[in-house]
Design a protein around this ligand. Structure first.
Ligand code: GLA
Length: 740
């Protein structure tokens, strides 16, 4: 890992053998990013990668110069990284190279979550400083290169020196690529349908995803992935940009008339504005850029490793996460102490480790129309208080967890009656309703202080070891009474910073609490929150078949240990679908496993099945939560009736393959699942779960077999085609491989 400076060509080359970035200071002192991708040899001059100015003009107007941080007004008409106005109101900027510095390690970003190092030799950070003479605008552009990872992180700080500045667009990074031979992948959706993976070729013009909802959103994840057309899961080139941010974002690709591609990612500009007085600065969120020539699987593995090891932090980062049971789908708002204790007792008997009390325990909340903001126990439901309930649960040998939604306030709440101005809204204008609740303005320090105190009292008042932090509506009528009219553009970002500050205070004050983020399911499932809450509720959709697609898509960037996944009752509350309990478990085990049902309402067979599921998950928990994940057969492929994925233990000693049948058919077509990530020379013992007498799929687990064979020929599920009628729809099998 090194940052090589070649003074003669004014070239900077970040290289670690896995990825290279080449920057160059042009003759006019502009900073160019000549390359971000495949590792290149050090000790070389890469001037030949820079286009030369069009001879006809002798200047650069309209030429696709690969600017490291493009600005507007100086002949580059593509999407810019930065739009800012100086005192004269002009938005033309020409930032020019002033200096650069290389330091070991990686600095933290003020007020923002970011990836980190545990020792300075894990990464090197290059900061290039550019300055614009006329406005006094200075830019500190940072590139951090990790050792042993194909990862570079970027962020930018804009400084006003001599005069005030108004920032209109400030991207975290722009990357110019020399061609457009790429397919763009994004994760899109809506409530209960998050992380649908969509692909489209890049074409001339612009394609963008964004959020203006105040949260990163279920509609689009703050992630852009490009793959070369032949790239598949295991082979070929892929590039990914993941924004460590939980608010409004923009991620965009533009192909220009020369078929070069510009990518940009950062805070969404139409809902943003920031005023800098002289001496003030603004720092963008971080973007993590991963590159791989080992296919989308290689790209995902790079993101997973970094997010698991150097984005998540705290006590729970590397620890086994408990198997939980959440009472939401069991009771909704309708419970009392005895009902909860009965559920918890039954859950404990099944092997569950953590009981989570969801929405409805505070104020007088029997529906979604009241009490958010009043974080005081409802003594009608829990007459002896939260502490007494929590102690009864912990006396059962379970951990106790609690649901909160700190950023919200119900119009019917003591908090709203006391502080109506703390809710976001434009004075004199009606507020748009959503789930009959309003969003608090966390951009105001007094709101954050209040919430920190109120929640500290809750968390300190009972033996709570897990918190589910929800966020159930988007921001509308964005306006802060804490800001003057001319600074309203700052409101959305300040609210995100306030939310991070609240998370920081509570996670530091309660380091032993495991936080799980949630936003109506996966509406704020992003790297920003992973820095505080190492796991998130992936989706309110717990249907096993829907979850195949949701977890498949989410895994593009996020590791299994970040994805909450639960077995729920059937008919499923979101789809009405009935699936076997083994299938629901076989999907949910590829994540942080748990249950979302009423255990007192189960049949004896279901109870036996759940005990067996918990035993299996517990035995392989480290692999499921911290292993290397491989996507094998896509649930999104319409030509298939099955899906498959697998996870390999960090030490390679075991692997678990999940294979899922969707709609069954007679005399089915070939069904072989070729595996990845095994040791070709090793021999593995195979076993199948669940064990079903006479199972026509059982021959797939015949062994022992070598890794080389399993890679080349795969698990053979099609030996007994004639028995298809015994399978039915929605079957699932796990194949456990143990290295001998
Ligand atoms: C959101 C969450 C659910 C549940 C409810 C409670 O929808 O995603 O899991 O906590 O809120 O109101």
């Amino acid at each position: 890992m090194t940052v090589e400076w070649r003074p003669d060509g004014r070239q900077l080359h970040l290289a670690n053998g896995l990825v290279s970035c080449v920057l160059r200071v042009a003759d006019d002192d502009a900073l160019l990013l000549l390359h971000h991708g495949a590792p290149l040899p050090l000790g070389q001059d890469y001037a030949h990668l820079a286009p030369t100015p069009t001879p006809r003009h002798g200047e650069r107007v309209g030429d696709p110069m690969p600017s490291a941080y493009p600005t507007s007004g100086i002949g580059d008409f593509r999407i810019p990284a930065l739009l800012a106005r100086g005192p004269d109101g002009a938005s033309t900027l020409r930032p020019q190279y002033r200096s650069h510095a290389v330091e070991p390690g990686k600095p933290a970003l003020p007020g923002l979550p970011s990836t980190y190092v545990e020792s300075p030799d894990e990464a090197e950070t290059l900061t290039v400083t550019l300055g614009d003479d006329l406005t006094g605008l200075f830019l500190d552009l940072r590139w951090t290169l990790y050792r042993d990872r194909p990862i570079v992180t970027r962020s930018a700080t804009i400084r006003a020196t001599t005069a005030a500045l108004d920032l209109d667009t400030v991207m975290s990074a722009v990357i110019d690529l020399p061609d457009d031979d790429w397919i763009l992948l994004t994760l899109d959706g809506t409530w209960a349908r998050e992380a649908e993976l969509h692909e489209r070729p890049l074409i001339h013009g612009r394609v963008a995803i964004d959020s203006t909802r105040g949260i990163s959103s279920a509609q689009h994840n703050p992630l852009l992935v490009l793959r070369r057309p032949p790239t598949d899961e295991a082979h070929g080139e892929a590039l990914g940009l993941s924004l460590v941010y939980s608010g409004n974002f923009l991620a965009e690709a533009e192909v220009d008339s020369f078929a070069t591609t510009r990518l940009r990612i950062g805070i969404e500009p139409t809902t943003f504005g920031w005023h800098l007085d002289p001496g003030a600065s603004f720092t963008t969120p971080e973007v993590v850029v991963a590159w791989s020539d080992a296919g989308l699987g290689g790209l995902s593995a790079a993101f997973h490793g970094l997010f698991r090891e150097r984005l998540a932090r705290g006590t729970w980062r590397d620890r086994d996460r408990p198997i939980l049971l959440n009472n939401w789908e069991a009771t909704y708002y309708d419970f009392d102490t005895e009902r909860l204790v009965a559920i918890a007792t039954s859950a404990r008997d099944l092997g569950v480790e953590l009981f989570v009390l969801d929405d409805g325990w505070f104020g007088h909340r029997d529906a979604d129309d009241t009490s958010l903001g009043d974080w005081v126990v409802d003594r009608r439901k829990l007459p002896d208080g939260l502490d007494a309930l929590a102690r009864r649960i912990t006396d059962l040998g379970l951990r106790f967890g609690l649901w909160i939604e700190p950023e919200m306030v119900s119009p019917d709440s003591d908090l709203f009656r006391a502080h109506p101005d703390w809710a976001i809204g434009v004075p004199g204008r009606e507020r748009t309703q959503s789930r009959r609740q309003l969003v608090l303005d966390l951009g105001r320090p007094e709101v954050v202080d209040h919430l920190a105190d109120a929640l500290t009292a809750v968390f300190a008042g009972a033996p709570i070891s897990y918190v589910k932090w929800d966020m159930n509506r988007p921001v509308t009528e964005p306006y802060s009474l804490g800001l003057p009219p001319e600074r309203q553009g700052e409101m959305a970002h300040r609210a995100v910073l306030g939310m991070y500050e609240l998370y920081r205070r509570l996670t530091e004050r309660f380091p032993d609490i495991l936080f799980e983020s949630c936003a109506s399911g996966g509406a704020r499932f992003d790297p920003g929150l992973l820095a505080f809450a190492p796991q998130g509720w992936t989706s309110d959709d717990t249907d096993a078949i829907e979850r195949l697609a949701i977890q498949w898509g989410t895994s593009l960037a996020y590791p299994l240990g970040a994805m909450g996944a639960h077995v729920s009752a059937v008919p499923n509350h979101q789809t009405g679908r009935v699936t076997p309990i083994a299938t629901r478990a076989a999907v949910a085990m590829f994540g942080v496993f748990g249950y979302e049902l009423d255990p007192t309402a189960l049949t004896d067979d279901e109870r036996t099945a759940i005990r067996d599921q918990i035993a299996l998950y517990t035995r392989h928990r480290a692999t499921f939560q911290r292993g290397t994940f491989h996507r094998l057969a896509s649930p999104l492929d319409p030509s298939r009736r099955h899906a498959a994925w697998m996870v390999v233990a960090a030490d390679g000693a075991e692997a678990i393959v999940g294979v899922y049948g969707t709609l069954n058919r007679p005399t089915p077509e070939s069904l072989r699942v070729r595996l990845r990530g095994l040791d070709p020379a090793a021999t593995y013992t195979l076993s199948m779960w669940p064990e079903i007498p006479g199972d026509p799929l059982a021959p797939a687990a015949t062994g022992p077999r070598t890794g080389a064979d399993l890679h080349a020929t795969g698990l053979v599920f099609d030996r007994e085609r004639h028995a298809a009628a015994t399978l039915g729809d929605f079957w699932a099998r796990l194949i456990v491989l143990e290295r001998r």
